[in-house]
Design a protein around this ligand. Sequence first.
Ligand SMILES: C[S@@+](CC[C@H](N)C(=O)[O-])C[C@H]1O[C@@H](n2cnc3c(N)ncnc32)[C@H](O)[C@@H]1O
Length: 348
Amino acid sequence: MTSRDDTAAAGPGHPAPGLHVPVLLAEVLTALAPKAGGRYLDGTFGAGGYARAILEAAPDATLLALDRDPTAIAGGADLVAAMAGRLTLSQARFGKLAEEAERFGMAPLDGVVLDIGVSSMQIDQAERGFSFRFDGPLDMRMSGAGQSAADLINEAEEGLLANIFYHYGEERRSRAVARAVVEARRKAPLTTTKQLADLVASIVWAEPGGPHAATRVFQALRIAVNDELGELVSALHAAEAVLAPGGRLVVVTFHSLEDRIVKQFLTERSGRAPAGSRHAPVVDVARPTFSLVSRGPVAASEAEMRINSRSRSAKLRAAERNAAPAREPEPDLVALAGIPAPQPRRRA
Ligand SMILES: C[S@@+](CC[C@H](N)C(=O)[O-])C[C@H]1O[C@@H](n2cnc3c(N)ncnc32)[C@H](O)[C@@H]1O
C-alpha cells in the first residue's frame, strides 16, 4: 500500500514538526477552478491552507470549512477574522457535508474539496497518539470522541484485529500481530503508542532505511477508529447531492484504499464503468452525474516531492457535476473497490 510517511522527521523533504504544508495546492486550485462569488466547501480544513488559497483566488467567494477535530477549528479563528465574513468554520464530519451546506445556507455548492487523512499537527502531537515516533496514549481519535485505538486494541476479538490489520493496513503478518496483541493484553492492557510499536516491531520485519515496522498496523487502526472509509463514501455521495451543475469535486488521497474508492465512485458516476457481458440481460444504465476533469490521477511534481515527502503518496482526482439528478447511493462502494469489511472470525 502506498501511504503518507508518518515516520518523517524535520530535514530535507520533511517540513518542521507541527507545520502543515498543503499538498498539491496548485493542482487543487486548477482542478477546482474557483470563480468569483462562488460557494465552496472544504471538508478538511486542517491548517486552512486550501481554504485560504481558494478564498484568495476567487474574489467575493464564500467558503464553509469543516473539520472533525475541534483543535483545527479553534486554530482557524484568525483566518475567519481575516476573511471578513467569507469563511465559516464548523466542527463536523465531512460525511455530513450536505447537511452542513444546507444548515449554513450554502447549498447548492460550486465546489467541494477534500484532503483526506491526518494533518502534521495531529501526527506531531504525541498526546493524540497517531504516531509511533513519539510515546503517547494510544488514542488516534480525530474528533477526540468515541472509541479510541486503545479501546479497540484491548477489546476487539483476535480475528477482527487481524482482519483490520490485513484489510486496512495490508499487513501480511496480521494474524501473528493480532495473536501477540491478545497475549500481551492478557497480562496488562496496551495503553501507549510505544508499547504497541515495540510489540509490532518484535514480529514484523522492517527493511533497513524503509518505513517503520508498525506503519501499516498504525494506519489500519487509525482508519478503523475514525471510520475513514465510511466517511469518504458518505462524503462522495453527499457531494453528488449538493453540487450545482458545473460544480467541481476535488479529492486528494494518501493511500491506495481511499484512492480506489474515489476512482470506483467517479468511474461509475461518469459512465465509465466497464461494459458487462453482451450475453447479460439488458439493464437500465443510470445517467452519468459527473464528467472527469482529468482521466487519471494527478500526482505531485518532482519539485514538490523533494520539498515535502508527504506529497509522494498523494493522488488527486476531480470531476465536474452535470445537471442529471443524483443517483441512489451505492451502499457497497467499499466492497466494489475491492476492500472487504473486517469481520470477527467465525467460530466453527
Ligand atoms: C491533511 S489535513 C487537511 C489540510 C488542509 N487541506 C490544509 O491545507 O491545511 C486533514 C484534516 O482533515 C480532517 N479530517 C479527517 N477526516 C475527517 C472527516 N471525516 N471529517 C472532517 N474532517 C476530517 C483532519 O482532522 C485534518 O485536520
